[in-house]
Design a protein around this ligand. Structure first.
Ligand code: NAI
Length: 409
């Protein structure tokens, strides 16, 4: 599919579904694009009917985008998934059609880190049981088992975006921080890198998990690992439910091997608020259960709106694809003094030679050229003199390897 999409901004048609944050709507409207925003999701047929002349599509997690829909989207430039995951979008099909898909994987980092800090203090003070008791009419003022976090050791497993934020906040509370990560990660502040997983588990007073949910991390905390932990240690999981064996955790809590736990993510989570939630950790003392709300804050929603709308706008205006999940990532300067050609092609031997030959034959001077490849596609960006664009666009369109070509002027 080949088309050129350089025309006045008001002709860029944007369809936003699922009640996106108003900040995202404001951003594309301020840009001058034509926006249609709906509160609900669309099913496949509705989307097929609506998408024909849409340039930018914005969804959250309820609208599925299969290949069938993408093939109907003849003018689609990019998809914005205003959420963390993109499993509901056929990103490979989108890639093959030259359509980048953007999301916002780290917009809620701070929100998760703050919940972890709240969990740590609540666990050390046995706050959850105290609060529940007070609601039930109990007046338990005992200091026994109620401890400060200052000077205690926090063990962080997975020192990525969230792990590092937790590290900084915990040190500000006067905690010592140890961390373990399979990748090389620079320690924040005075945090100390542990030799291995066991090293952290043996030394920490409270352990918090921030690893991804992958086959490698599945069941990484089981009875064996729990046995390495200090007696009475606290345990927090806000990462992914698949990482922890909940029966083993329950056993450790019931036998008081561990002092308490806070869990936000579960191997099986209800699909909607009408479904019942059940876990082996219910009805245990000093166990805080939260319904996967680590990243659910107003700020995170706003950040997601800003981030994804920004990525869609930058891609439309100058071709930058930074943060696309299925596309070569390039950060490009604004287009000044030149025309910019954005060419998506099959990444096969000889294609660049053909493109360069076309420019040579047309005697076009290329002011700047960037090429990035990703899997089986290549993304070539060329800034050229303003007089030559129309002729070369026609030639590029006719190349058999061309997937998509667009000019910005
Ligand atoms: P990230 O990708 O920035 O960091 C993950 C870190 O874990 C990386 O440094 C990686 O090298 C490390 N890692 C991978 N495998 C490991 C292993 N076997 N042992 C030790 N370290 C390992 O991810 P981010 O943004 O910090 O997210 C962490 C987790 O939090 C993810 O599972 C994510 O799905 C979850 N999350 C949960 C939310 C909630 O609402 N509860 C919201 C946002 C994220």
């Amino acid at each position: 599919m080949i088309h050129k999409t350089s025309f006045p901004k008001e002709k860029i048609k944007v369809l936003f579904l699922e009640g996106l944050h108003p900040i995202a709507l404001d951003r594309v409207q301020d840009e001058g694009f034509s926006l249609e925003a709906r509160k609900g999701a669309m099913d496949e047929q509705e989307l097929m009917d609506a998408i024909g002349d849409i340039h930018l599509l914005g969804i959250r997690s309820k609208t599925a985008i299969p290949e069938k829909v993408l093939r109907k989207a003849k003018r689609l430039l990019a998809v914005g998934a205003f959420c963390i995951g993109t499993n509901h979008v056929d990103v490979d099909a989108a890639k093959s059609l030259g359509v980048p898909v953007f999301n916002a994987p780290y917009s809620n980092t701070r929100s998760v880190a703050e919940l972890v800090i709240a969990d740590i203090i609540m666990l050390f003070r046995g706050l959850y049981d105290k609060v529940r008791g007070a609601h039930e009419g109990k007046w338990d003022k005992s200091a026994s088992g109620s401890i400060e976090v200052r000077g205690k050791t926090l063990g962080i497993i997975g020192y990525g975006h969230i792990g590092r934020q937790v590290s900084v906040l915990a040190e500000a509370l006067g905690m010592r921080v140890m961390f373990f990560d399979v990748a090389d990660r620079l320690a924040m502040g005075n945090a100390v890198r542990a030799a291995d997983l066991r090293d952290v588990l043996e030394h920490a007073d409270v352990i918090t998990l921030h690893v991804p949910g992958t086959p490698d991390t599945k069941g990484m905390i089981r009875a064996e690992q729990i046995a390495w932990m200090k007696k009475g240690a606290f345990f927090i999981n806000t990462s992914r439910g698949s990482v922890v064996d909940l029966e083993a955790l329950r056993e450790a809590l019931v036998t008081k091997r561990l002092g308490g736990a806070a869990v936000d993510v579960f191997p099986e989570e209800p699909k909607s608020k009408n479904d019942r939630f059940s876990t082996p950790l219910q009805q245990l003392p000093n166990v805080i259960l939260t319904p996967h709300i680590g990243g659910s804050t107003e700020e995170a929603q706003r950040n997601i709106g800003l981030e994804v709308a920004g990525k869609l706008i930058r891609f439309t205006n100058n071709g930058s694809t930074e943060g696309a999940v299925n596309f070569p990532n390039v950060v490009l300067p604004e287009v000044v003094e030149h025309h910019r050609i954005l060419h998506v092609h099959e990444n096969v031997p000889g294609v660049l030679q053909k493109i360069n030959a076309l420019f040579g034959e047309a005697k076009i001077n290329v002011a700047a050229q960037h090429l990035r490849t990703y899997e089986d596609i290549g993304y070539l960006i060329m800034d050229i003199s303003k007089t030559a664009t129309h002729a070369i666009m026609r030639d590029l369109r006719n190349l058999p390897e061309t997937i998509k070509v667009r000019a910005l002027f």
